[in-house]
Design a protein around this ligand. Structure first.
Ligand SMILES: [Mg+2]
Length: 330
């Protein structure tokens, strides 16, 4: 069996720039991969790097794709270095999609969390998302002084209907004192805060463990466990809290599934602003993981990101149409 390989880069401006504790993010760049087999079946994949999480850059991913032969046979496979986790994910998905013929439906809003605007914008931003059916919201913190953000949090919790759950994401941007302030306040809110994500930077693992033991509000690791190897390391060092897995940048989805089958963990599959191709791969993965390890409570996916991206056709579930449109953009 031989395959034809093609790729097309994309660049999507966010509708609003995204503010995180890393700074401002204006564009989502990535690459769509396409394999075509001898029967004319195609398999699409997506490379969606996130260099500030330690992945390859878009330029490195493009350079990698450019040296992959246009004609490949099953026997002349190619190796992808562990330093290129986004490529590893994209190529594995593309090849597995060659034999995927059923397109799953769209994820209902209550099964994925929706990203709120950062800062005070959350106060006016949640209602439209609630009306769309979202019940879990994610709010980036650590972008303004802690006293200011805690005041916004209290306003937000007064506004949110009962039944709403809030995930806080500090992106590793808090100092230890601020982390204590946040967790103390979250504990006082009962169980309305589902978890706080990466309050301290990845190099503060022992302090993260201490926080997890001291407070009732669960803590999730995200930046600490970007790749599967990092996830394994943290598991074996004793992390029994939540793992946020940005599957599109964590490397091989097959190896992730294998690890989760061997060691059931409390996991949230999360988006890094993929097109429909990457998004569908994450939904498939979450469904497979929920069968593999029926962890209770099953956490909704970190996927409500589409309202941040333009109507440029890259969320089209018809992937051939998506691919063709990309050609016109490039
Ligand atoms: Mg996060």
């Amino acid at each position: 069996m031989t395959y034809r390989f093609e790729f097309r880069p994309y660049r999507r401006p966010f509708r609003q720039t995204i503010k995180t504790s890393y700074g401002v993010w204006k564009y989502r760049e990535g690459i769509i991969l396409k394999f075509t087999d001898e029967q004319g079946r195609s398999g699409f994949g997506e490379v969606a790097p996130l260099p500030w999480f330690g992945t390859e850059t878009q330029a490195q991913a493009v350079a990698f794709c450019a040296q992959v032969p246009h004609q490949l046979s099953a026997s002349n496979g190619f190796a992808i270095l562990p330093t290129m986790p986004a490529c590893k994910f994209g190529f594995e998905i593309a090849l597995s999609n060659l034999s995927r013929d059923i397109h799953c439906g769209e994820l209902e809003p209550h099964r994925c969390s929706a990203l709120l605007p950062a800062g005070k914008g959350a106060l006016s931003g949640w209602a439209a998302l609630w009306a769309m059916g979202h019940r879990t919201f994610k709010w980036k913190i650590g972008v303004a002084p802690v006293s200011v953000e805690l005041a916004w949090l209290h306003q937000l919790m007064k506004q949110l209907p009962l039944g709403a759950q809030l995930r806080l994401d500090a992106n590793g941007g808090l100092d230890e004192l601020s982390a204590h302030h946040w967790l103390d306040q979250c504990d006082r809110l009962g169980h309305r805060i589902e978890f706080i994500e990466q309050p301290l930077p990845p190099d503060r693992f022992i302090d993260l463990l201490k926080l997890a033991h001291r407070y009732q509000t669960p803590i999730a690791l995200d930046e600490s466990v970007t790749t599967l190897d990092q996830l394994k390391t943290h598991y074996f060092r004793g992390w029994r809290g939540i793992y946020v897995v940005k599957a599109a940048i964590s490397g091989s989805p097959g190896r992730l599934k294998q690890f989760c089958a061997d060691y059931p963990i409390d996991i949230v599959i999360s988006s890094v602003f993929e097109t429909d191709i990457g998004r569908q791969a994450l939904i498939d993965l979450a469904v497979e993981l929920s069968v593999l390890m029926p962890y209770e409570p099953q956490r909704v996916m970190g996927m409500g990101t589409q309202q941040w991206l333009p109507n440029d056709g890259l969320d089209d579930p018809d992937w051939e149409a998506l691919w063709q449109r990309l050609d016109r953009i490039a």
